[in-house]
Write a protein that binds this ligand. Structure first.
Ligand SMILES: NC(=O)c1ccc[n+]([C@@H]2O[C@H](COP(=O)([O-])OP(=O)(O)OC[C@H]3O[C@@H](n4cnc5c(N)ncnc54)[C@H](OP(=O)(O)O)[C@@H]3O)[C@@H](O)[C@H]2O)c1
Length: 275
């Protein structure tokens, strides 16, 4: 039997790094720390080696299709698939960033939503029976859903929404942001929140699709790590990165055949209702 394998995106620092640290201690198999920048990634691996841990490294930029394809091929050739995928990588503009909202919306959706989706499109077909997938979102995504106009929210929350329709909604948000009409059209005034709303809704769709998949016992969920002291939060959070990693790691290591949670959003290991 080939070795089991876990991959964490955006794990050269912050919560992703802490997820790799925890998986190195708790997951029975190879754990891949991935980073868009090879130098930062290899340095992070060295830092974990100093703690006596042995993650492996592969480059991955979630906004670069060639990079995604390279990882997909590597996983297929070397392991014949994948057991655990944690989609953690994301960007966030600071509150006082002067970048126009239109640009923030474009780049935030491109990385946090579309990048995550593109990684899923390439790697979900490789997930083996009993595999676990975790999409790291944020309670900011549920707040964004709450702030949408009722009409807009009902589209995002529709139980029959397809992946293609969700992609169109996010594209519409970016277009509306570019001409300043996003709030008029019922979207919230938050690029980060809207992207994470997209990730939460996407996870529900992916779980629904998995119900028609012949592979046995694959669970996919999304979660909020909490307010965590990392570069993203300018180290203002209430949790350490190791504490922030707890819920994503809990979902990544759900025991075999538990059946649930499936397609849910969790915070502090508890389901958060958003629909
Ligand atoms: N911190 C919080 O309070 C908080 C709250 C709610 C949700 N979250 C979520 O938790 C996750 C981790 O956040 P964090 O606080 O650990 O942030 P962070 O410290 O800024 O780390 C983000 C990681 O993502 C990587 N990344 C960014 N763009 C990428 C790309 N295109 N391809 C691959 N990797 C990329 C970064 O790499 P570089 O070093 O190359 O930039 C970095 O490794 C994110 O999904 C975030 O939205 C965080």
């Amino acid at each position: 039997m080939t070795r089991r394998i876990a991959v964490v995106t955006g794990s050269n620092k912050g919560i992703g790094f802490a997820i790799v640290r925890a998986l190195c201690k708790q997951f029975d198999g190879d754990v891949y720390l991935t980073a868009r920048d090879e130098g930062r990634g290899r340095k992070a691996v060295e830092n974990l080696e100093k703690e006596g841990l042995h993650p492996k490294f592969h480059q991955l930029d979630i906004t670069n299709q060639e990079s995604i394809d390279n990882l997909q091929k590597y996983l297929k050739d070397k392991y014949g698939g994948l057991d655990v995928l944690v989609n953690n990588a994301a960007i966030a503009y600071k509150l006082n960033d002067a970048t126009p909202f239109a640009e923030q919306a474009k780049f935030t959706i491109a990385c946090n939503f579309t990048g995550t989706l593109d990684v899923c499109k390439a790697l979900l077909p490789l997930i083996k029976p009993h595999g676990r997938v975790v999409n790291v979102a944020s309670v900011g995504g549920t707040w964004a859903l709450d702030k949408m106009s009722p009409e807009r929210a009902s589209k995002f929350k529709s139980p029959s929404l397809t992946e293609t329709e969700l992609v169109s909604l996010l594209e519409d948000f970016v277009n509306a942001a570019s001409d300043g009409t996003h709030t008029e059209k019922g979207y919230p005034n938050s690029a980060a929140g809207t992207a994470k709303a997209g990730v939460i809704v996407l996870t529900g769709i992916q779980a629904r699709d998995l119900n028609n998949d012949p592979r046995e016992d694959i669970l996919i969920n999304t979660c909020c790590p909490g307010y965590v002291k990392t570069d993203m939060s300018s180290h203002q959070g209430t949790k350490t990165p190791d504490e922030g990693a707890e819920t994503p790691v809990y979902l990544a290591l759900l025991p075999q055949n538990v059946g649930q949670p499936q397609g849910e959003m969790l915070s502090d290991k508890k389901i958060v209702k958003w629909r």
